[in-house]
Design a protein around this ligand. Structure first.
Ligand SMILES: [Zn+2]
Length: 754
């Protein structure tokens, strides 16, 4: 069968068709082209022609013009639209004309930077010029590092290396900083939330050092789909940025379908397992030799899919080597072989985690299966975009799990198809983040009294650092005087400098796999927790609280853990309060956590299969929150409590949808009688100390969030609550679901209640 025939069958099969909740057809698009620019260096033009490129896509030409006009630029076009040429062309053109010029490329991950260096070097070789491009990361050997510092025209690295290894040693990088003409920031959309807030400060430090050496580099950003590319780029650069977002690359026709597995237990809202359903769909593609990629949300799920693929291949007499799995934890060489196999067509079907989501080139396949909603509109389009060549029909199918987000999306396809992707939020002036980078910046170069570094609070921060014995003011200048080397204590992935380090003891040589900030540690790395990192599960064997260390080992289990945390929240300041019933507000809060017990829940059905106590001290988190007062329902207290739990469960999930964040980035709390509002109140707070802007955003999105929460609850087929809407009946009580709806309806019909 052809892909067309498979899709036709899917739409007419009485066992499948009723469960298709969306069938979205995207017509083919002709490309829009422009000639190679007349001003392009002839060597570069010849190199392009040698690779079969006779003309540019219109967006590549626009980017060229904008860069030549001296603007900072952000290019936003879909996967495989030739984005890298948008920066490689102007950069190489400058390097050909001025051999002393330098460029710095920043990619969020190592795998990506290797891929990009290969591509860049391919183009350089074709010009026969003496241009050297190197990756500089943790694996770069010491002697190579010296060569890169003095002779690398293009230095390719990641923000963490820039922050901890390059900026603090800027004197060794004199050549680079003196002649730096371009900074390329690819995968801009990854710099959001806390990581983006750090990145904005790393950029402040980078440009401060450039000013010191007398250079003023132009910045070229590239991004996958995101709702606010120009705003995000301007927040990171603190200067105007030109936007190039009209994609000129051609594409064939595409179908995007949503499939919601049928309900098997109405009472509990349990549906048929998404992995099994996806496996059946995949088998159909494999049988018909249709190149396929399936995305799973966890490493374990990817493994299960791969096993299913192998079976389907065997049944269809497809050689076993033509199906593969791809996830974090594979050796780089294994991953490269799979990428190459996908590009050449040798591999027919691959089951991957989002490790394959970013810009790594794997050619283009004909079908993409998304097992579970990837969490954001933007990454959903990115994964779906892995299927689709320039001419042929391509298909993407999203198979929903029972998670609230999945259920909301597949039941409201108009939300997904009708809405621009989420905006990326950053808060570069988060006081914790800012103070950390002021320390690092002071180490790099002394601050002048009248220097600017972000907001106007710099003098106060410097005065605070002086009190701490870190800087000392002398003759209008602030000098770094502490012994410690500050960048090493600051992780770009966490807010406070106080973190719990996670140490993997599976192998004889223990290895640090990550960090969690102190406030989140009790809930995530208590003893016997299952900690997830890059899709790998770890069992926490011991949490040494005083030493801030968690010792873990790798496991492969079919459950996850969730901690019950008694949460007290106190409002310190209210920044704004809106109208409406119930009225929203946002402000500054202190959250006190006291972990009590943890529960083990199965991965597929979220069934409770055990619990244990947690023995840890209280911790506090200073952050920002959005809150909502609830009309008094005049019901018994336990019913009210159930309603608040139900409401906060639904709100937190839909809120993460609007914020483009992981549901775990939002904490939730409620008070039956809040001393601050004098009413029952539900809070959603930013779990990052100091906040990254979620609370204010939620306050602005308040009507949308409430409406979406109402729809999520109202459309759920369960009787009295389930994990897909308000949480299980056991937690919300028999009336929780109904009362939560009643509260939300009160807002839609003002004055109906309270
Ligand atoms: Zn439900």
């Amino acid at each position: 069968m052809t892909l067309e025939q498979i899709l036709d069958r899917l739409r007419t099969d009485p066992a499948l068709a009723p469960h298709l909740t969306a069938w979205h057809e995207i017509p083919a698009r002709a490309g829009s082209y422009a000639p190679l620019p007349a001003s392009l260096d002839p060597r570069l033009a010849a190199a392009l022609r040698g690779r079969g490129i006779e003309r540019l896509y219109s967006h590549q030409a626009q980017a060229w013009e904008a860069v030549r006009a001296g603007h900072h630029v952000v290019v936003v076009t879909p996967t495989a639209s030739g984005k890298t040429l948008c920066y490689n062309l102007p950069v190489l053109d400058t390097l050909l004309a001025e051999p002393s010029a330098r460029a710095l490329y920043l990619f969020p991950t190592k795998a990506l930077s290797m891929d990009q260096v290969d591509e860049l070097l391919g183009l350089v070789r074709a010009t026969d010029a003496e241009i050297r491009a190197y990756t500089y990361d943790g694996d770069t050997p010491g002697d190579a590092r010296r060569a890169i510092r003095s002779a690398g025209h293009v230095v390719v690295t990641n923000p963490d290396m820039l922050h901890a290894a390059i900026l603090p040693h800027h004197t060794k990088w004199l050549r680079l900083f003196e002649h730096l003409r371009y900074i390329v920031i690819d995968e801009l959309h990854t710099y959001r939330g806390l990581f983006g807030s750090h990145m904005a400060n790393v950029v402040r430090r980078l440009r401060r050092i450039c000013r010191f050496y007398g250079s003023a580099p132009q910045v070229i950003c590239a991004s996958a789909t995101i709702g606010n590319p120009r705003e995000l780029a301007e927040r990171l650069l603190e200067e105007p940025v030109s936007l190039v977002d009209e994609n000129g690359a051609p594409s064939g026709p595409r179908v995007f379908a949503f499939y919601n597995p049928p309900v098997v237990n109405r009472e509990l809202g349990i549906r048929r397992d998404a992995l099994t359903e996806a496996g059946r769909l995949a088998a159909e593609f494999i049988r018909n030799r249709i190149p396929l990629i399936a995305f799973a949300r966890s490493r374990r799920a990817a493994e299960l899919l791969t096993t299913g693929f192998r079976r389907a291949a065997e049944a269809a007499h497809v050689p076993a080597g033509r199906v593969a799995g791809y996830r974090a934890g594979y050796l780089p060489s294994e991953r490269r072989a799979i990428e190459e196999g996908l590009r050449s067509g040798q591999i027919l079907a691959v089951a991957a985690t989002n490790a394959l989501e970013l810009g790594i080139d794997i050619g283009r396949l004909r079908a993409a299966l998304l097992v579970g909603y990837p969490g954001t509109i933007a990454s959903t389009w990115q994964q779906a975009g892995r299927a689709g060549r320039t001419q042929d029909l391509a298909a993407a199918i999203l198979v929903a799990t029972s998670d609230p987000l999945d259920q909301y999306i597949v039941r409201h396809p108009e939300y997904f198809f009708g809405r621009p992707p989420e905006a990326g939020l950053v808060n570069p002036d988060n006081l914790y983040v800012l103070t950390s980078h002021v320390r690092c910046a002071a180490f790099e170069l002394p601050f002048d009294d009248n220097e600017r570094f972000g907001p106007s609070t710099l003098p106060e921060i410097l005065a605070y650092l002086q009190d701490q014995g870190i800087v000392h003011r002398e003759a209008d200048r602030w000098h770094y005087v502490a012994d410690a080397y500050p960048a090493q204590e600051v992780s770009l992935r966490s807010a406070s400098t106080e973190n719990v380090v996670i140490i993997d003891t599976t192998e004889p040589a223990p290895r640090v796999v990550g960090e969690v900030d102190l406030a989140s540690a009790p809930g995530l790395v208590h003893e016997d927790a299952i900690y997830l990192h890059l899709g790998q599960q770890y069992h926490v064997d011991r949490l040494a609280w005083e030493e801030r260390k968690a010792y873990v080992h790798r496991v492969d289990v079919d459950y996850y853990t969730t901690a019950q945390i008694a949460t007290d929240i106190r409002v310190l300041a209210e920044f704004a309060r809106g109208n409406g019933a119930p009225p929203p507000a946002h402000g500054e809060v202190v959250v006190t956590y006291r972990p009590t017990i943890y529960k083990k829940l199965t991965l597929d059905r979220h069934e409770n299969i055990g619990w244990g106590p947690i023995h840890l001290p209280e911790s506090t988190l200073h952050t920002t929150a959005y809150w909502l007062t609830v009309p008094d329902l005049a019901v018994p207290r336990d019913e009210l409590q159930g309603a608040l739990v139900a409401l906060s469960h639904a709100l937190a999930h839909v809120a993460s949808l609007f914020l483009m964040c992981d549901p775990r980035d939002l904490g939730r709390a409620y008070e039956v009688h809040s001393p601050h509002t004098d009413r029952p109140t539900v809070y959603l707070y930013d779990t990052c100390p100091g906040g990254v802007g979620f609370a204010e955003r939620l306050y602005r999105l308040h009507p949308d969030v409430l409406a979406a929460a109402r729809e999520l609850i109202a459309a759920c087929p369960c009787a009295g609550g389930c994990p897909s809407c308000v949480g299980p009946v056991l937690e919300v009580g028999a009336t929780g679901k109904a009362r939560a709806l009643q509260i939300l309806d009160a807002r839609l019909v003002p004055g109906a209640v309270g």
